[in-house]
Design a protein. Structure first.
Length: 622
């Protein structure tokens, strides 16, 4: 079969692109996607003839039938997952303790759940933090549906879990018993080994060194790394922790090189690479990017070219899990791989090739990045250029060496290096500006961006086409950032209210921020917290391209109306805060205003605030 693939005249890359268009036309049908699919099919007929086109069309219909069949199986599984299980098996590497909350993936038969349990004591918490063996729980609990998106273009927890094959949340009220599990399932054992390594690192190594070790070696970042993770994200270099081609290449090269130096024949090494790939994927949590990189490296090792290996990897991974391209990680890893496949780097030296890749990938994936994250950090390109060498050449090999020596030597003396690294990251986050908030593009603007990039790649020598494509790209960004329409949105912030007003000129007014009332807890019960605004209001504002609020109006000082004022002021440029004179008598609220360090305007009765070619009027103040 591989010999046929190497000699087959089939346009593998074009088939892969057709498969992607068909995939998204099925899951997200639109005239643009279907039209693009038909256009590509017509081009296929013109370039390769009717016979080849019929063969490709039959293959695509078979692929479509597979998607319909697999989605039908998931719908059936969802319909039959309504009865609450009495026993569940814990997927050990998903187990996390955050304050007094235990969360994990729980399996019962063919059904997978996201489970939550409220820990009752400090001793029980310590037990779960160090738990590593395969276990089964006998429980009392209740199944509920995951929450859907509460705002336009908001985060849907239901869709997020659905793409992992999870259709219900299991809230456990009581764990009646816990017993060990014996199984021949290799995947369960790999998850347990990963959990053993993560717990061992957490016990042996100090902060922040342990986070880098678990993150880069095993693809795990705990909740207590969230603050630093946000800083890496704001600088646009969080992908340094995303296990993918670089780490896979490092470990596969180390594995192959070690065996070859020991005198093992190349044919045997190639054969042993298959089980090694499965073990490595399991120890890194079966992340999509690792699976993609491993499968693609296997196809390349078997002699397939760049185009053939990419296409075969795409369809093989979708056969493993048809939902892969419905996740952010899946889209990004295949987008990165596609760019590296399409663009020819063969004429470049190794160092120059690396630099071109670092510049190309953020620019080539720009439409995808702003579609999912609504922002783009321009400085991520030079920062990636600097920090990728640090992570690839020094930190990853060093941490592997330290981990292998840890049973014999204690290398915690290296920790000051990681403290210095985090100090540098914190300094850069203070010095450098926030990411460029552009908003989430519409399907039309997204299509225009992709079209412009394709034209720039294919006709970069044609000056007129290059100019038109560049103008088209800039126009789509401008329309995304400035939609030129009036907007009034009541934002669902979970608890409390928040109302956004924006006119076609871009003048923005926000009325209240929402917030939630918190209660004092014992120290061991306190975990990572996320404000309502960080989960709802701020992502919505970013999705609309809003990075500035001209006036933030505070109607009154109750926590559920203004509790997230500081979070909003830290993420959005608030030019002026309107308050009443009575609110300034509340000491706690005044302290919030001082921390926010924004211009304060005391509203008066009868005062007018221009917007929408009209105005808002203050009728009464308290």
């Amino acid at each position: 079969m591989l010999q046929w693939a190497r000699k087959c005249p089939l346009p593998f890359l074009q088939v892969a692109v057709l498969g992607i268009c068909l995939y998204y036309s099925y899951f997200f049908p639109s005239f643009l996607l279907v039209g693009g699919l038909l256009f590509l099919l017509i081009q296929l007929v013109r370039n390769y003839g009717v016979k080849m086109s019929l063969f490709v069309s039959v293959a695509l219909l078979a692929f479509l039938g597979f998607l319909v069949f697999r989605e039908g199986m998931d719908r059936e599984a969802e319909a039959t997952s309504e009865s609450t299980p009495q026993t569940v098996q814990v997927q050990m590497d998903s187990l996390q303790v955050d304050g007094d909350q235990l969360s994990f993936k729980a399996k019962n038969g063919d059904h997978l759940y996201r489970a939550f349990y409220r820990i009752l004591s400090k001793e029980e918490k310590e037990h779960y933090q160090t738990l590593t063996g395969l276990i089964e729980l006998e429980i009392d609990g209740e199944l509920t549906m995951p929450s859907q998106e509460g705002n336009f273009e908001g985060f849907s927890y239901q869709e997020y879990l659905r793409h992992q094959g999870i259709f219900r949340i299991l809230t456990i009220s009581r764990i009646r018993s816990m017993r060990p599990v014996r199984t021949w399932n290799l995947l369960d054992h790999l998850r347990s080994w990963r959990r053993i390594f993560i717990v061992s690192i957490s016990e042996r190594f100090p902060d922040p060194m342990r986070h880098y070790m678990t993150g880069l070696l095993f693809g795990f970042l705990g909740k207590d790394f969230d603050q630093m993770s946000n800083l890496y994200t704001s600088l646009g270099i969080i992908h340094l922790f995303a296990l993918s081609g670089m780490q896979v290449g490092f470990f596969l090269g180390l594995f192959r090189g070690s065996l070859l130096r020991l005198g093992v024949r190349q044919e045997i090494v190639r054969f042993l690479q298959f089980p090694f790939s499965v073990v490595y994927a399991g120890l890194t949590g079966f992340s999509i990017s690792v699976i993609r990189a491993l499968v693609q490296s296997v196809f390349r090792e078997l002699g397939l070219g760049k185009h053939e290996s990419f296409a075969c990897t795409l369809f093989f991974c979708l056969l493993l899990d048809y939902r892969m391209l419905l996740t952010v990680g899946g889209v990004l890893t295949f987008a990165f791989s596609f760019l590296l496949t399409v663009v020819d780097f063969s004429h470049l030296q190794a160092k120059r090739k690396k630099m071109v890749e670092i510049f190309l990938i953020p620019l080539g994936t720009f439409p995808i990045l702003i579609y999912f994250f609504s922002s783009f950090q321009i400085l991520s390109i030079p920062l990636t250029l600097v920090f990728s060498y640090l992570f690839d050449v020094l930190i990853l090999p060093g941490l592997l060496f330290i981990f292998l020596l840890s049973p014999v030597f204690n290398c915690s003396w290296v920790n000051p290096f990681f403290q210095l690294l985090e100090g540098v990251i914190q300094l850069l986050a203070r010095l450098f500006p926030r990411p460029w908030i552009l908003g989430k593009p519409s399907i039309l603007c997204f299509f225009l961006m992709i079209t412009a990039l394709v034209l720039l790649h294919d006709f970069y020598k044609e000056k007129k086409i290059r100019i038109v494509a560049s103008l088209l790209f800039v126009l789509s960004i401008v329309l995304t950032k400035y939609p030129l329409e009036n907007e009034v949105t009541i934002v669902n912030v979970g608890q409390g209210d928040s109302i956004l007003l924006r006119d076609w000129r871009g003048h923005t007014v926000l009325i209240d921020t929402g917030g939630k009332v918190t209660f004092e807890k014992d120290e061991w019960k306190i975990g990572s917290t996320t404000s309502n605004a960080e989960r709802t209001l701020i992502p919505y504002l970013h999705s609309r391209g809003i990075d500035r609020i001209d006036q933030l109006i505070v109607t009154h000082t109750d926590t559920d109306h203004v509790g997230d004022l500081l979070e909003v002021a830290e993420s959005i440029d608030v030019r002026e805060i309107w308050v009443s004179s009575g609110s300034l008598t509340q000491e706690q609220f005044v302290q919030q205003l001082k921390k926010g360090n924004r211009a304060i305007h005391v509203a008066k009765e009868g005062e007018r605030l221009p917007i929408f070619d009209s105005y808002l009027q203050v009728f009464r103040t308290f």
